[in-house]
Design a protein around this ligand. Structure first.
Ligand SMILES: Nc1ncnc2c1ncn2[C@@H]1O[C@H](COP(=O)(O)OP(=O)(O)O)[C@@H](O)[C@H]1O
Ligand SMILES: [Mg+2]
Length: 226
């Protein structure tokens, strides 16, 4: 378990495109950190309320899990005070809008940008990258990293797409999420993949992502702050 629990670390899942994996990544990070014994708050800012529904399903199954709150525009005014009681705060953003995404990016210690594995997926990130660029004009220290999702197992990403990811001005996580049924099935059990199928490939990937975030971003950020 991480030893720096005194300050909360805020992660935003952003991106204009629907279906890129924001909510899937948000639920699974929240569930994985909760399973490590950390106090986790998942903020559902999407009017579709998928994260909130996932929490309701969890309760129906008598499972314990992270705290989930639904919030809309203006949520950033409340979040700092709320966040103080948690080790990890995860903000799941709605697609196709700017206001909430901009606020989440500004408030987050790390913004994760899930992106499918193809060239067209990367092209569709242009508007989101512009949001990050503009946010960085206000705060140059903002951190953002691309997460490649829905990668088909046992194949490499096409050479061209791989080159495109490498040449982006934003880093990509070494960890990628494969196209896996466990990501689709686990919400219906009110779980993340780490608890749904602990020895499966999806669980391995989420644990690796947690480890990468802890090592690259959280340890340095929280040490600097303390
Ligand atoms: N790695 C994955 N493997 C298989 N299905 C996935 C994966 N990531 C997301 N999905 C599925 O794709 C759909 C959209 O994902 P979601 O996380 O809701 O995207 P977003 O929140 O960005 O709109 C969901 O049905 C989800 O189950
Ligand atoms: Mg979503």
């Amino acid at each position: 378990m991480p030893d720096t629990l005194s300050k909360s670390f805020i992660v935003a899942l952003a991106g204009q495109k629907g279906g890129s994996g924001k909510t899937t990544t948000a639920l699974n990070l929240a569930d994985a950190w909760h399973a490590q014994g950390l106090k986790v708050l998942l903020v559902d800012t999407d009017p579709q309320g998928t994260a909130q529904t996932w929490r309701d399903v969890m309760e129906e199954h008598d499972e314990r899990g992270p705290t989930v709150v639904s919030m809309s525009k203006g949520f950033h005014h409340d979040i700092e005070q709320l966040a103080a009681a948690y080790d990890r705060v995860i903000i799941d953003c709605p697609p196709g809008e700017n206001t909430i995404q901009r606020a989440a990016i500004m408030i987050a210690d790390l913004t994760i940008l899930p992106c499918g594995p193809g060239a067209t997926d990367i092209w569709s990130m242009a508007e989101t990258f512009e949001l990050i660029r503009r946010a960085r004009m206000l705060d140059p220290s903002l951190k953002a990293s691309v997460l490649i999702t829905r990668k088909v197992s046992n194949t490499v990403i096409g050479d061209q797409a791989e080159e495109m990811f490498k040449s982006l001005e934003f880093p990509s996580f070494t960890t990628t999420l494969g196209y896996r049924v466990a990501f689709q099935e686990s919400p219906n059990a009110g779980l993340g993949v780490v608890r749904y199928k602990p020895s499966g490939s999806a669980a391995r990937e989420i644990k690796a992502l947690v480890e990468e975030i802890e090592t690259l971003y959280i340890k340095t950020t929280l040490q600097v702050a303390s």
